[in-house]
Design a protein around this ligand. Structure first.
Ligand code: ATP
Ligand code: SF4
Ligand code: MG
Length: 326
């Protein structure tokens, strides 16, 4: 992050609880703290169900009625958690925050062609007018996201998952919003399209805009991210520079280390066990039942104040004599 420049997004103590019948509560996000600066990509990673999309929905005011939030999420001086629906709909979604949703098919309007939806967003966000100009701008938007222009006259149900993903990416990029929130933007894409999409997202960042990218794809995260936030059971347990995370010294939290080591090109060893239910979290570290480093102290909650929320963070691996000489 460039020192002295205010972040585009500043999240402090963000928590989301879902209230269920019978008084049950699901702690989907707990006490998240992070910033995203202009010209920066923060990748948010973690296993399925850990709260990544709920966090994204909280930022966009898209949580269901049974959700309660706490904390703050400042976009400039607007707190996204307390802003009214009118403000969010008119000035935030699309204009100040572009969204690539996790389920693109559900976000596309089923009864209209991709061309008509793209032209409408172009007109609304860029002010382009006139049939020919709108048509040309929609085609440029499609090409930017690798969406084939000869498919623009199709309806969403006529698209494969990967094509729907690219249509949603095209729509999200149109406004060149200062913050892009991409929730699994590479799902359903072949590797070369993953790289192409990620490189387009990187261009967004290199134009001094911010990107919060939620992903399971650690190779994509490594390609695009400046920093990495690792989420486990609703908490951000590690926040690291991407170079240090993917290179040396590597992740310091045992869970993050396990995620990385599970990759086929690394040890290919899955983390044993399953994440806990967010409706019945233990008092101490939620990763303890799966952690080879757990001791008695782990029955108390590790503080979330530093870059690694762990009582016994892994040491940086010792450098080999060869590495020291290099
Ligand atoms: N409306 C709701 N009511 C109760 N619980 C919910 C609701 N919406 C989401 N949850 C719970 O919140 C948790 C986090 O869900 P979320 O969709 O954020 O996971 P995720 O990290 O995005 O997973 P994935 O990687 O599979 O997309 C899940 O346990 C989910 O069941
Ligand atoms: S706090 Fe304890 S159980 Fe949790 S990750 Fe660290 S060492 Fe493992
Ligand atoms: Mg999700």
């Amino acid at each position: 992050m460039t020192p002295g420049r205010p972040p585009v997004l500043s999240v402090r103590g963000l928590s989301v609880r879902f209230l269920l019948p019978g008084g049950h509560r699901v702690a989907a996000v707990t006490d998240a703290h992070f910033d995203v600066a202009p010209g920066e990509c923060l990748a948010l990673i973690g296993e399925s169900g850990c709260g990544k999309s709920v966090l994204a929905s909280a930022l966009l005011g898209l949580l269901p009625a049974n959700a309660q939030t706490a904390g703050s999420a400042l976009l400039g001086d607007l707190d996204l958690l307390t802003a009214g629906e009118r403000t969010l709909a008119r000035t935030v979604r699309g204009r100040r925050i572009g969204l690539i949703p996790q389920s693109p098919a559900a976000h596309l309007t089923p009864v209209r062609t991709i061309r008509s939806q793209t032209e409408e967003v172009v007109a609304r966000l860029t002010g382009v007018r006139g049939r020919a100009a709108l048509r040309a701008a929609a085609e440029r938007a499609a090409e930017r996201a690798g969406f084939p222009t000869d498919h623009l006259d199709r309806h969403p149900h006529e698209l494969s998952g990967g094509l729907a993903q690219r249509a949603a990416t095209a729509l999200a990029l149109i406004g060149d919003a200062p913050l892009l929130l991409a929730d699994e933007p590479t799902t359903g894409l072949d590797r070369d399209l993953v790289d192409r999409t990620v490189d387009e997202l990187r261009r967004h960042v290199d134009a001094d805009r911010a990107l919060l990218m939620i992903t399971h794809d650690l190779a994509a995260a490594e390609r695009v991210a400046d920093r990495v936030a690792v989420m486990y059971a609703g908490r951000i347990v590690e926040l690291s520079e991407a170079d240090a995370f993917f290179g040396s010294p590597g992740p310091r939290h045992p869970y993050s280390r396990g995620l990385l080591e599970a990759l086929p090109e690394r040890s290919f060893l899955p983390i044993p066990g399953l994440p806990p239910e967010l409706g019945s979290l233990p008092d101490g570290c939620a990763f303890a039942p799966r952690c080879a480093h757990a001791t008695d102290i782990c029955t108390t909650l590790p503080p979330l104040t530093g870059p690694v929320a762990c009582h016994r963070p892994l040491p940086a691996p010792a450098r080999t004599p060869e590495a020291i000489r290099a």
